[in-house]
Each structure stands twice: as C-alpha cells, then as structure tokens.
Design a protein around this ligand. Structure first.
Ligand SMILES: Cc1ncc(COP(=O)(O)O)c(C=O)c1O
Length: 377
C-alpha cells in the first residue's frame, strides 16, 4: 500500500482540474496582454476565473489578485501595508507560518517595525486579554493571525478576531492558506482587509495563489513591471495555473461537505486507533479536538521515538508519506518553531499526519499497524 498523509504540505492535483488546464497548455498560448484574438481569449479566461473565485468567496472580482502562491500574497499584503499605512506595530503570534514570521523579521530589520507577539498557551490558543492589551497600547496596528495552523491544526476564531480589530481600528490580515477550499469563507460576513489562498493546498496546481485585498484597503504594487493584475503585480500571468486554481476552488467548494465528512471519519479513526494502541500518545495543539482544529491535520508525539527523522524514514520505507512539522522549508533540520513555542516538544517525536479527500480508513489501519511495527509494541 502507498499512503500519502502529507496533505498540509501539498495535495495531489485533481484530474478534473488537470483536464481544465490542458487546453491552455496546448492551444491557449496567447499572451493575455496581447490585443489580438489569441490574447483576448486568454485574458477573458483569466477574468472568468477571477469572477468565479470572487463569487465563491462573496467578494468583488476586483478584490482578487493572482500571485505565485500563499507566500507571495502574505508578503504583498504585510510589507506594503506596513510601509504605507503608518503602522505602529505588527501584532501576530509565534505560531504563524514562516511566510508571515519571516516578513516580520524583515520588516523589523529593514523598517524598524515593532513586532508584538501575542501570548499563546501550551495548546496554541491565543490569549485574548494579551491581544487586546497589544491593540490598546498601539495607535495604528496591523494584525496578522492565521485561520488554520498548518502544523498543529488549531483554528482561530476569525470573526471574534475581526470584531476586536474593528473595535480598535486595526487592519486585519489572515493567512487562510490551510482553510481556503476546506471551510466556507464568506467575505460579506466578516470585516477583514486581506486573506490569501494557494491552489496546491486544495488539489490545484503549485505555484499559483491569490491575495484578496478589500476594496477599502488600497496599497501600491508589490511587483513592479507591466500593468498586469491592474498594475498590482507586473509579469505575464500564470495562465493555466490561474485556470486550475479557479477550477480547484470551484470543485472544493461544491463538494466541501462531502469531503469534510469523509476526511473527518479518517481523522477520527486515526485518533481512536492511536489512543487505543499506544500508551502515552500525545496529540499536539488542539489537533485531537475535531471542532477546534483543521479536519485535515493531526499532530502527534509518540513516546519512545527520539529520532524523528529516523521514524519518518521508517514510515517512508513502508511507503507512508508524513511529515515532521511544516515541510515548507524542507532541508532544514531546526525543528518546528510551532512545537517549540507551545512547549509540547518534550523530547518525543512530533509527527504530522494530514489528510485529503482520497484517503481511506484502510490506509489509516495500515499506517497504525506500521507505526506499531516500527515502535515494536
Ligand atoms: C499556513 C501557510 N501559509 C503559507 C504557506 C505558503 O504557501 P505557498 O506554498 O503557496 O507559498 C503555507 C504552505 O505550506 C501554509 O501552510
């Protein structure tokens, strides 16, 4: 059996998405900026994709800007907002993805921006009192708090965060890379300035994503060049990527309830089997709480496993793909900054299993059997 349980890193491309993209790889080669028919046709396909995404998120097409993925969209929002909006402090937590944290490092070095980290507890929950204290002590804040954590799966209550930000007149950005395509996001229903999406997290192609930029929040271009993306991002568009992104989001939104139900049953089974068969197993963050964590992510610490890399290697030898934390900076062995922060990394291996719509209960049973063999219980 071959099991892919590393879907928070990336998901396999849906065949229906590939079919939609292929004609744009073969015949649809016109440059969308060209004024002849071959170009105009492609431009129109891009705009249809933009409108589809806007419709699915309940926003205006003009509020969607295509990017190379989640990282670029986060950078685009955070860097230009800080530079242009007289921001006194960027308020975030140490549990964010590096796409946000490394922007903070950059801004604090280059722009001397004050970065204020809100406290989180051993489960990764935000301390809301500390959050309000941070907002109170700064005149103009930019808040960046992710929706779903890619490592431990914790879901932040965006509506609650948005209400608090509105009360303190703070600008709000959320890294929604792990929730777009998996949870209903209705931008009519929440006051937020920017969110981001990445196609490869919901069975779309890699290297394409978007920034939603609320019409009320104007910033300057991030990439300077041609007039693509209404002057916000120069460079010839990733045409088939954009087509794939819109199709993947359409399928994910249309089939969301069905996928959610299936994936939750897979995650529930994994929790149940691990709990029953491994004494002292720990679930990190809120990942065993089905209400408060992403249904796609389960982060565990297995007693007796001190060498995480060796354990992952043994899983790999049994054709099981899982991860030791975030795979987004593959090659680095510094360990998970998220696990380090929530102080759960107590010498036990932390392994992230993350699921998709194609996974099954049989795969869970196979993986748990192999884990037991590896740890020789
Ligand atoms: C929460 C989060 N933000 C941002 C990213 C980066 O997205 P991309 O790979 O599209 O740049 C990831 C990827 O793992 C992620 O999980």
């Amino acid at each position: 059996m071959n099991v892919y349980f590393d879907n928070a890193a990336t998901t396999p491309l849906d065949k229906k998405v590939l079919e939609k993209m292929l004609p744009y790889m073969e015949q649809g080669y016109g440059n969308p900026s060209s004024i002849h028919k071959k170009g105009r046709e492609i431009k129109s396909a891009i705009e249809k994709s933009r409108s589809k995404i806007a419709e699915l998120l309940s926003c205006e097409p003009g509020e969607i800007f295509f990017t190379s993925g989640g990282t670029e969209a986060d950078n685009m929002f955070l860097i230009n907002t800080v530079i242009e909006k007289n921001i006194d402090a960027l308020i975030t937590t140490k549990l964010e993805h590096h796409a946000v944290l490394h922007c903070c490092d950059y801004l604090s070095k280059v722009n001397k921006t004050k970065i204020r980290f809100v406290e989180t507890n051993e489960k990764g929950d935000i301390n809301y009192q500390d959050f309000e204290d941070a907002l109170k002590s700064n005149k103009r804040s930019l808040v960046s708090l992710m929706h779903g954590n890619n490592e431990i799966g914790n879901i932040n209550n965006l509506k609650k965060i948005s209400k608090i930000c509105t009360q303190y007149n703070a600008i709000l950005h959320s890294d929604t890379v792990q929730t777009i395509g998996h949870y209903k996001i209705d931008l009519n229903d929440i006051n937020i300035d920017g969110i981001v999406g990445s196609a490869h997290k919901f069975h779309g192609p890699k290297g394409v994503g978007f920034l939603y930029l609320n019409n009320k929040h104007k910033i300057s271009p991030y990439i300077h060049g041609g007039s693509q993306e209404r002057n916000m991002r120069g460079g010839t568009e990733n045409v088939y990527g954009i087509i794939g992104l819109a199709e993947a989001l359409k399928i994910s939104c249309e089939e969301m309830d069905e996928h959610k139900e299936k994936i939750i049953s897979v995650k529930r089974k994994m929790i149940e089997l691990l709990q029953n068969k491994i004494d002292g197993i720990k679930f990190n963050g809120l990942s065993d709480n089905l209400e408060k964590s992403l249904y796609t992510v389960l982060n565990v610490s297995i007693p007796g496993i001190d060498d995480q890399q060796m354990f992952l290697f043994n899983l790999d030898m049994n054709n099981i793909a899982a991860s030791g934390g975030s795979a987004c900076s593959s090659g680095s062995d510094i360990g998970s900054h998220v696990l380090a922060e929530i102080k759960k990394y107590d010498g036990h291996s932390s392994i992230r299993f993350s699921f998709n719509k194609y996974n099954s209960i049989e795969e869970v049973e196979y993986v748990v059997d192999k884990i037991l063999e590896i740890i020789k219980i």
